[in-house]
Design a protein around this ligand. Structure first.
Ligand SMILES: *[C@@H]1O[C@H](CO)[C@@H](O)[C@H](O)[C@H]1NC(C)=O
Ligand SMILES: *[C@@H]1O[C@H](CO)[C@@H](O)[C@H](O)[C@H]1NC(C)=O
Ligand SMILES: *[C@@H]1O[C@H](CO)[C@@H](O)[C@H](O)[C@H]1NC(C)=O
Ligand SMILES: [Zn+2]
Length: 500
């Protein structure tokens, strides 16, 4: 954290030299909107109790998020009480309810202007940061308009402004100035072996010809100066970035590291535009909290939450130096129906999660490569249980549950591994999908006192728009003729994207 503070201190000094100030009522204002995808209030309690117990903090200790709780967000979509991330993010980005699967479109299927697009049109510098593919539902809903979240060929294209028709930036490149995340494969043509598009479009090339600095590895990220010019497109994995529990720091930056660099770049870019610059708007997503919830994998869920807390700390440090900045953090929905305590006991055991070394996803990929029941059982009993999960007294039943689940497929294997840990920790799950429960709403900084109570997800979106002083309707009108369809999407749907 000291590292981060130094970076911002340098920026603050640079600003002071330029004679710029950040008054609350006039001048630039920044919005940092954070989405902890699939993070319910039980997820917060899980991470809090874990941290309190494993570090020996007092029993009334609260997290950085607990200290900025302002209310609850209601999550339903237009067509169901249990939203997906596409409709959930659209409620925030457009302040309108969509149907599940809809990206930046209203319930009647028409494109809706987003807070990010409207902010860009007003002169804000804009960014999207995620640990998922950048074309995945949540970031997509801020800068693309598609009838279905699986239309990622179309979405990636729109995120560079192609086919959008909005003339947002002076050089015609679309609405997003900074993109950090995973998902390079949707920017590469199908003949590229790292590509996953169904066409020959090379968006990596397009981005560079639009002026983007395009990066795809840790070394390039580290050498990117903290005041490097925008636009920047940095995609660190072909698909999603690694779970925090599995992440190799030599290969990929963490969410908090991406957050620190993004804030610094956005801040320096917005400070460099002429005097009346409005500031910046960024959406930062802890995306894989949700995916670990789908797998009912508690330690993986935990470590992505702890990393999200770190990112929140980075943001709070930024705000202490740049007070005309608002942080709003909430979730699109809860995932897994997580509960703490499984009958008959009145207890759950956080310390069970402590020795877990790998995600169920990585464990099951390894198990998938083995053949024969005997080899599997031996590997699970001798390696997976003691080394990866910290279980030194595994039962024959625990071993065979995992071993048998593999025959039913990858998803069953991941849940079986998650359930072995969860049963010992007395953690319960009701589903491998989402639930309709409310989620926490958190805010800090300039204007945070104006967001409070039980808010519909669309009201959160409306609040973001009013904080930025932008008009979503006029942006919506400009998008009227945009095509939101990608022809081959039904075909793709059958074999892709199990995480919704
Ligand atoms: C869903 O959208 C339709 C069409 O726009 C609208 O009439 C209806 O009230 C919406 N329902 C909800 C729950 O948002
Ligand atoms: C969009 O911007 C480009 C480049 O500045 C300009 O040539 C073009 O006419 C603009 N298009 C519209 C519809 O305003
Ligand atoms: C959309 O298309 C219609 C019919 O071609 C046209 O009249 C209208 O001006 C277009 N709207 C925009 C915003 O481009
Ligand atoms: Zn999900």
């Amino acid at each position: 954290m000291a590292h981060t503070c130094n970076i911002f201190a340098i920026l603050l000094c640079a600003l002071a030299v330029n004679g710029q100030t950040s008054a609350k009522t006039s001048g630039p204002r920044n919005l940092i909107f954070m989405i902890s995808d699939g993070f319910g209030v039980a997820s917060e309690a899980l991470a809090r109790s874990y941290t309190q117990q494993t570090t020996g903090y007092p029993s009334n200790w609260g997290s950085v998020l607990d200290s900025v709780l302002v209310g609850l967000t209601r999550t339903r979509s237009n067509d169901t009480l249990v939203t997906d991330s596409a409709a959930g993010a659209t409620a925030f980005s457009c302040a309108q309810k969509s149907f599940n699967g809809g990206i930046g479109i209203s319930a009647d299927g028409r494109p809706c202007g987003t807070v990010l697009e409207a902010a860009k049109r007003k002169g804000y510098v804009t960014g999207l940061v995620t640990t998922a593919r950048i074309s995945h539902a949540t970031p997509a809903a801020f800068a693309a308009h598609a009838a279905d979240r699986n239309m990622e060929d179309l979405i990636a294209q729109q995120m560079l402004g192609i086919g959008i028709g909005l003339n947002s930036s002076a050089n015609g490149r679309g609405s997003v100035d900074l993109m950090f995340g995973g998902g390079q494969c949707y920017f590469l043509p199908k003949n590229n072996k790292a590509g996953c598009r169904s066409d020959d479009v090379d968006l990596w090339q397009t981005a560079q010809s639009q002026g983007f600095t395009a990066l795809n590895n840790r070394q390039q990220f580290d050498s990117l100066a903290f005041n490097a010019p925008l636009p920047v497109l940095a995609l660190f994995a072909p698909s999603h970035m690694a779970y925090e529990i599995d992440r190799n720091p030599a290969e990929q930056p963490s969410l908090s590291e991406m957050t620190a660099k993004a804030l610094s770049l956005l801040h320096s870019a917005s400070a460099n535009v002429p005097a009346d610059h409005p500031g910046f708007m960024v959406m930062i997503e802890g995306a894989r909290i949700d995916m670990a919830g789908h797998d009912n994998d508690p330690a993986t869920h935990l470590h992505d939450i702890l990393e999200y807390w770190k990112a929140i700390n980075v943001v709070r440090n930024f705000i202490s130096l740049n007070p005309s900045t608002l942080l709003v953090s909430t979730s699109d929905h809860e995932t897994g129906g997580l509960t703490l305590g499984v009958e008959p006991e009145y207890a759950w055991y956080p310390s069970v999660l402590k020795p877990v070394q790998r995600s169920a996803e990585v464990i099951c990929k390894e198990l998938n490569r083995m053949t024969g029941r005997a080899q599997l059982d031996r590997h699970i009993a001798r390696v997976v249980m003691p080394q990866y999960l910290g279980i030194t007294d595994s039962s024959a039943t625990e071993v065979s549950t995992v071993s048998e689940a593999i025959q039913s497929g990858f998803k069953a294997c991941k849940r079986a591994v998650g359930h072995v840990i969860s049963a010992r920790a007395r953690i319960g799950w009701t589903t491998s999908g989402h639930t309709g429960a409310d989620v926490g709403l958190y805010a800090y900084g300039s204007g945070s006192e104006e967001i409070r109570g039980s808010m519909d997800n669309t009201q959160v979106g409306g609040f973001l728009a009013s904080y930025l002083g932008v008009d979503l309707d006029s942006t919506t009108r400009e998008l009227a003729n945009l095509s939101t369809f990608q022809k081959d999407v039904e075909k793709k749907r059958q074999h892709k994207h199990e995480h919704r």
